[in-house]
Design a protein around this ligand. Structure first.
Ligand code: MN
Length: 210
């Protein structure tokens, strides 16, 4: 359980994670880009947390094409990468840093399969109900490419990963209760293919649609 009385500890890194960080219970990952167009809008920031109230922020520079330590972690088969709306972050990491994230867990997909009593599957809704925390989304649309990220931006960015472990654990309980583990895993297995379709130009098309 995260200690909410104390503010998160934020470590800001330039270009890559330091080597030697450990994420024994999976790593929560989020990213911020200049916009939602994967062809145009570059990756600016990657946020990571072990679920311990500590957040690592990695700033990605204009023109940067790789981040070896981040890549090693995201491709480590023994560490689950936990996202909310993994589809976008996986595509951004692939498009801008050549990273293939695996294995992955998406709390948005898990929420859609577990919380069928609501349409509220945004991060704010899910974190409010399952972690009891009210996230401030005011910095959502801000200039993430600026090199001197404001304290408000850093705090907002950190918040997007601090509660994902807790949310995952709560969703897993619900998924097990409803017997939907295999369905959930199948969706996660399909994610890299969905991302490949996005990056190849089928982003707006549901190829399963009539
Ligand atoms: Mn975010």
């Amino acid at each position: 359980m995260t200690d909410r009385a104390s503010p998160p500890v934020i470590h800001l890194h330039q270009g890559d994670l330091p080597a030697g960080l450990s994420f024994p219970n999976g790593v929560a990952v989020d990213s911020e880009t200049q916009g939602l167009n994967l062809a145009r809008d570059r990756l600016c920031l990657v946020q990571l947390s072990a679920g311990d109230g500590i957040c690592h922020l990695v700033q990605v520079a204009q023109g940067q094409t790789g981040a070896p330590n981040l890549k090693a972690l995201c491709e480590d088969p023994s560490v689950v990468k936990i996202f909310h709306y993994a589809r976008f972050d996986i595509a951004a990491l692939k498009r801008w840093l050549g990273i293939d994230c695996a294995p992955v867990y998406c709390t948005k997909i898990a929420s859609r399969l577990a919380r069928t009593y609501t349409d509220g599957h945004g991060l704010k809704d899910v974190v409010r109900e399952l972690a009891g925390v009210d996230l401030d989304k005011q910095q959502q649309s801000s200039d993430w490419a600026r090199t001197d990220l404001s304290p408000a931006q850093q705090g907002y960015a950190a918040n997007d990963v601090l509660y994902l472990h807790e949310v995952r654990d709560r969703l897993d309980e619900m998924i097990r209760r409803e017997g939907r583990q295999a369905m959930l895993q199948s969706c996660f297995d399909f994610l890299p293919h969905r991302v490949a379709l996005d990056l190849a130009g089928w982003g707006e098309v549901d190829i399963f649609h009539h």
